[in-house]
Design a protein around this ligand. Structure first.
Ligand SMILES: Nc1nc2c(ncn2[C@@H]2O[C@H](COP(=O)(O)OP(=O)(O)OP(=O)(O)O)[C@@H](O)[C@H]2O)c(=O)[nH]1
Ligand SMILES: [Mg+2]
Length: 457
């Protein structure tokens, strides 16, 4: 069986207004998933295979699947044919009767050939972590931009797989596609896409890219307005489920969706926040990170992730009570490095301290030290509203450190400096005078040397 697309879960208005309980009762039984992990010696990941599989189980649950079992294998390198060794494949096959699984989910990205070989050998649908994450993103994207980004990522993931399985998929489409019994795969593009030919998919990708560009032009305008507003931007970053949205809601008047789920919020939300000195800043909540974040998603969510690049200060929100807090921190650091935002000013916010026992400064301090956290961390409970005043004060102090209020008169032949100020700083006042452009505003401290010759006292 080739991997099959999830039928898009659409609810009628009537269904949507009914209570969750009723909906639950009328939903079909959940598909049964069996998880397969591998400990690959050559992979330099801090994550152990058991922890990674536990996270995969949460992802499967978020996607609406029931996990019925799992196994893992130690490998020096993955096998090109099945990823795992043939003996393990037989072990998985032998469990079928007992566990009655409907699909297998691999914790690592499989090549199109590996997926095809496994499906042929085991006669069951095979998915990988990437497809599962794409599926969750498709379920959770709310905005036009978010949906386009996910659909693009899905097609980019699908295309190499469709190419090789074309005749098979055509046959399947001819039989009526996935229908209600469709197994997991990619929710979003929908089953009708199976009937499109490859050229149509290429065309769809081109169209999605065009759409995305239009949205980005709009976003750029909005960003420009924001820059002109002169307000510093603080971005919340962190592992998925760390409590970023809860913190945004607690610090501002936002009402962003919060859930004990992976990737509950994908679309960026920005709200104004007041610091103790009365200064206004913008606080942005963005998509969370996860280990093995699919490359297609990083590329497609480039614009969303760019919010992080444009921020003046990052707040790294970490669930200090999570058993994998250390691995999560490493993943966040690596992801920030990949996004090219290494070295940006960052405050570490240890969240959910209300769950610690006993909850006091010493226990938090010991755990923070054990996990190798920076000494100047802030401990908070976004949910209980603890530690938020101290956090606001620290944001204020950090911003004062990174942005300086200055006045300069820049000669007209140095127009590039004026452009740089517009791009990286905030302008409060700009006047054209005889000797040059006089500007009063804020600039990142790091840029100060370039402006030093033109500063006014
Ligand atoms: N006990 C406790 N739970 C918290 C705290 N902050 C957040 N949570 C819970 O943690 C879960 C995740 O919170 P979110 O704010 O949705 O996390 P997020 O980082 O935005 O997650 P994604 O959007 O999924 O990446 C929710 O169930 C929250 O209620 C806290 O301070 N204490
Ligand atoms: Mg969130």
């Amino acid at each position: 069986m080739a991997f099959v697309l999830f039928k898009q879960r659409t609810k009628t208005i009537e269904e949507q207004t009914k209570g969750g309980k009723h909906l639950h009762e009328t939903e079909p039984p959940r598909k049964r998933a069996f998880l397969v992990g591998a400990e690959v010696f050559t992979a330099a990941s801090p994550w152990g295979v058991e922890d990674s599989l536990q996270e995969l189980a949460l992802l499967a649950d978020t996607a609406g699947l029931e996990v019925v079992g799992q196994l893992s294998q130690k490998l020096s390198t993955p096998s090109p044919k099945f990823f795992i060794r043939p003996g393990k494949v037989r072990e998985v096959a032998a469990l079928r009767e007992e566990l009655k699984y409907d699909l297998l989910i691999f914790d690592d990205e499989l090549s199109p050939a590996q997926t095809r070989n496994l499906e042929k050998e085991l006669q069951t649908a095979v998915l990988d972590r990437t497809a599962l994450i794409l599926d969750i993103f498709a379920q959770h994207a709310r905005t036009h931009e978010g949906r386009i980004q996910v659909e693009l990522a899905q097609y980019q993931y699908l295309l190499p797989r469709l190419r090789r399985q074309w005749t098979h998929l055509e046959r399947q489409a001819g039989q009526g596609g996935t229908s209600a019994g469709g197994v997991v795969g990619l929710r979003g593009p929908g089953e009708t896409q199976l009937e499109l030919d490859r050229r149509n998919i290429d065309r769809r990708i081109a169209w999605l890219k065009e759409q995305l560009e239009a949205v980005h032009r709009h976003r750029e305008l909005y960003r420009q307005q924001r820059r002109e507003s002169g307000l510093p931007v603080v971005a919340l970053v962190g592992y998925t489920n760390a409590g970023k949205s809860t913190l945004l809601n607690a610090l501002t008047d936002a009402t962003v969706h919060v859930a004990d789920q992976l990737f509950a919020t994908l679309d960026p939300t920005t709200r104004q926040m007041t610091l103790p000195n009365g200064q206004q800043v913008l606080l942005t909540d963005t998509v969370g990170f996860i280990q093995k974040l699919p490359t297609q998603l990083v590329a497609a969510f480039h614009a969303t992730l760019e919010e992080i690049n444009l921020a003046d200060l990052l707040l790294h929100v970490l669930d200090i009570t999570h058993p994998n807090a250390q691995e999560q921190t490493q993943t966040v650091d690596e992801t920030l490095k990949k996004l090219g935002v290494e070295g940006k000013p960052m405050l570490t916010v240890l969240n959910k301290v209300d769950k610690m026992e006993p909850m006091n400064e010493a226990t938090v301090g010991n755990l923070a030290a054990e996990l190798g956290m920076p000494k100047d961390y802030l401990a908070v409970s976004a949910q209980q509203g603890w530690g938020l005043e101290a956090l606001r004060a620290r944001i204020e102090a950090s911003l004062a450190n990174v942005m300086l209020l200055i006045e300069a008169c820049i000669p007209y032949q140095k127009g590039n400096l004026v452009a740089l100020w517009h791009e990286r700083g905030y302008i409060e006042e700009e006047q054209h005078e005889e000797e040059g452009t006089r500007i009063r505003g804020r600039l990142p401290r790091a840029l100060l040397p370039q402006f030093a010759p033109f500063l006014k006292q």
